[in-house]
Design a protein around this ligand. Sequence first.
Ligand code: SAM
Length: 358
Amino acid sequence: MATVPVRKVALVVGAAAVAASLVTLGVVLAGEVAVAQGLLLVVGFGLTAAVVVLGALVVQLKRSVSAVAARHTRQLSELHQTLRGALAVNAETAHAQGQALDSAVAAVTAAVEQTAARLEPPIAATGKRLDEVGADVAAGRADTAQTYWQIEALLDLRTMLQPRALMPPLRDWAASPDVLRWLAEYVVSHRPAVVVECGSGASSLVLGYAVQKAGRGRVVALEHDAAYAEVTARRVADHGLQDVVEVRHAPLTPWPGPDEREWNWYDVNSVKDLDGIGLVFVDGPPAGTGPLARYPALPVLLPHCADEVTFVLDDTIRPDEVEVSGRWMQEHPQFVRQQLRADKGMHVLTRRPDGAPG
Ligand SMILES: C[S@@+](CC[C@H](N)C(=O)[O-])C[C@H]1O[C@@H](n2cnc3c(N)ncnc32)[C@H](O)[C@@H]1O
């Protein structure tokens, strides 16, 4: 603000100098030299004064610019200090918070690892148990389905045969309803002259009823165990089947098989008299009596069979019986084999005189 009067003074002085110069020029033109000299002196003084006033103005301006610059520099410096302080505080806080966060993460990680390590064995045990339960459930479902099929087969069998006395329990050691129904249907529809079974029991009764229903034929049941032979014979009589079922006690005796090892099978003398066999149910001797225990049935009985004959091998869910069936097919390619899904598995091997498929 102090610069305004100075500037005005300089302008007034300058203007006066210019006016004086113009007047001087007029005076000179008018030929008044002395006056002109006096006026020039005045103009010189005026110009000098104007220059002095302008110099003062410049100095004043420089000072005020410096003052403003200094003030701004100071303010900037203060601001800088403030910011640096704030930044330092923030950096410290951030560092502290980072460290706290690292510790928290480390603690949580350690806790999670500990928990995982602690939970791993029970989780593995639970998984194993779940697998076992899953397998049990699947087996239970399969078992339920199988039970239903067996009940269905049993109902068919009872309806078809109308037994006259109580039947012994089926499945387990005895044949299952599905294979027995198949046998009964076969006997009724094919009416074989002679049916032989290896291993007596409930099947002896079913085959006896089927033969009676077919109105033709007889059953010879081979039994290696004297006690079981007696039990079966008694049951045959209880059912009034003694005219069509003959239980033959035939102890297991050595049989000269195709290879070096010793085979044991029903005494071959017990089948010597048989001829025209049309159906053989192979359900004995029991597996415990030796490996491939049922193999001899086909080579021993085949010479006593009719041209058309069927061998039914039970228990083919066991590897031993599968091997027996395989051997028979290999050694007697004229047979046609059906592998049926049954409770215990059954293979049906048929030889037809015309070679037609079974
Ligand atoms: C598979 S079983 C024959 C079952 C017969 N085909 C039936 O359907 O009832 C083979 C032999 O096991 C013997 N056997 C039968 N029942 C038995 C039992 N409950 N315990 C031990 N052996 C038995 C008999 O000597 C029988 O000839």
